[in-house]
Every structure is written in structure tokens, then in C-alpha cells.
Design a protein around this ligand. Sequence first.
Ligand code: SF4
Ligand code: SF4
Length: 364
Amino acid sequence: MEYRKLPKGSEQISVLGLGTSSIKASSEKEIEETVALAVEKGINYFDMASSEAKPFAAYGRALSEVRDKVYFQIHFGANYETGTYGWTTNLDTIKRSIDWQLKALQTDYIDFGFIHCIDEESGLREIEKSGVIRYIKELKTQGTVRHIGLSSHTPSLVERVLDMEILDMLMFSINPGYDYRHGEYAIGGVDERMDLYRRCESDGVGISVMKAFSGGQLLNAKTSPFGKSLTEFQCIQYALDKPGVLTVLPGIRNKADLLRILEFCSAVELEKDYSIIGSFAPRDAEGKCVYCNHCQPCPAGLDIGLINKYYDLAKAGDALAKSHYENLEIKADSCVKCGHCNKRCPFHVDQTAKMGEINSYFGN
Ligand code: SF4
Ligand code: SF4
């Protein structure tokens, strides 16, 4: 398992986490065993936006003895009073729900306290008015909440909350469908969404990814908006290559799903290669590097995806990107303009010219 460090913290987060929305189909015993197996295999990040109350107690039993080695992402606004999920902005209901979730999970602290599922300005105004944000901040001051997060599907709304400078983590829906304007949560254009990921990286806000398979649509040629299916591994790698992303949270139904997803960790590059999406990328995604490294190997040894990522982040105002670039052993000035990458790039990036541009930008 690979781990990525939370920029504003010391937590090392597994690149594969778990979503809880689909596990309700299993018995409590199977949920408990599945979660224990996930930890054994190196998963340490658990989103608790469940569709039912049922998994909480099973998670509590499975994780109580390793509590200090795992991270819970808990949602202020998810309510389980009726036994199934309900969305609320009422502060008293939220307080009751948080108390109940902590008790069921057998813990007294929250690693990541999330402002839950806000997609519109009106929702943000509502939780500001009802005191939800103030409440999470108070719990952070008291030490009950370690980090504040937000879950949303709307880039412009996330930008508003980023401006408040309270976030350490964002849960966002990332997949090629949504990024290319297909699907229920395809909110914002290609550039707007990519700019958001870059801003998160630049601001030190980690991203946990929900809906990496677009609710399963992308996995089937009949439901895929592109008319071609992608694999789970391609979708996971696609999300992990986006700036700011720390972890992807597939929703699993049972142990068999978990074991299948875990094979991502030992999959070879070819199984994770998502360059096929270049064949259905919209026009405004053409010629823009998505850092996939499909164009490798470079005979001069350049890490083409990473060099492009640092370049884009530096242009977006990320103060650290320039020094990251300067620390690279092989930089853009080593490009021998062989043209191999241009021939291989499914997004038609003129990388040979781009390396010249990057070299001039960083002043070498
Ligand atoms: S140049 Fe093309 S193939 Fe290479 S990393 Fe960028 S998008 Fe991927
Ligand atoms: S053109 Fe430059 S970056 Fe591209 S493969 Fe050749 S040496 Fe590497």
C-alpha cells in the first residue's frame, strides 16, 4: 500500500480508503471482518457517510483496538436517527448524530470532521446561519476534531469554502466522466475542475475521492457516457494522478469487493493505464497534459508527468512547486527533443515544445 501525507498534518493516508455507502448489503459480522481485513492489508482511511446506521457498530468493533492507526472521516450533517441516512443542517440534530456516531464507533475523537455535502450557496448560508461551521471549529479547538473537511460536488462552492481557510481536506467527486461534462455531478468545465485540484494542492488541502467510478456507470460500455468501459483500476489511477488527491474511496459491498480492489496495489502499469480516455476527451482537454505518463519512457529520463504538474502548479501560484521542480535530478533542459512523447500522447500534447516552454519558465 502506498501512503500520502496530509499536507497540514503528519497523517500518512493510504491511497486506497473505503467508502461505506454500499456495505449495508453485508451482515454486521461480514462488515466487521471486511473492515478488519482492510486494516490488515494497509487501508487506514474510512469515510463514514453511510447509507444506513448499521455499519457504525461493526466498524467500532473492528477498529477499536487499532483506533490510533486509522482515520475516520465523519460528516456533520449525516443523520441516522431513523436507521437510514438523512441530510440535515439542524445543529441540535447534528450534535445528537455526532454523539451517536462516536459512541457506535467506540471513539471520543474525530480525525476529519466534515461539513457534509454542500453543493449550493444557499446550503452554505444555511449551515453558517445554524452554527454548524462554528460548532466544528469549537470541537477542533477542544481537540475532538483533528482536521476540518468539506464534501461537495461543486467547484465554485468549494472555492468559496477554501477562501475561508478552514479546510485541511476535501471530499470531491472525480472521474473522467464528471471531468469531461458527463454524469449527474459533472459540475464545472474541464479547466475549472482542474484548477480546483491544483488550488487544493497549492493550498495544502488534501482530496479524498468519492464516486471514482461515477456510480459504476464508467465500468460498463452500455452505461458509460463514452460508449466504452473503463476498469476500476484505470479510474482509481486517473483520480490518484490529479493534483491534491491523497486517497480514493471505493464503495465496497463485501469482502470479495475489497479483495478485488486491493489488487490495484499489485497491478502492473498497463492495467492502470487510462490513456484510452484520450480518444474521447473533449476539445478543451486536447493538448493539455493530465500527468498520466503514458508517453514514458523518455530516453533522457525525464519524469514528464511530474515536470508538467510542477509547471502547472507553479503557474497557478503554488509557492512550493518551483522548489520541487528545482529538486528534480533531471529537468526540462535535459530534453533532447526526440519527439517520442509527442507520438505517444493520447491527449495530443506537443510535449517536445512544452519542455522548451517549461525550461524557459523556470529560468534554466
Ligand atoms: S504528455 Fe500526454 S501522455 Fe505524457 S503525461 Fe502528459 S498527458 Fe500523459
Ligand atoms: S521529446 Fe524530450 S521529453 Fe519527450 S521523450 Fe524526447 S527527450 Fe523525453
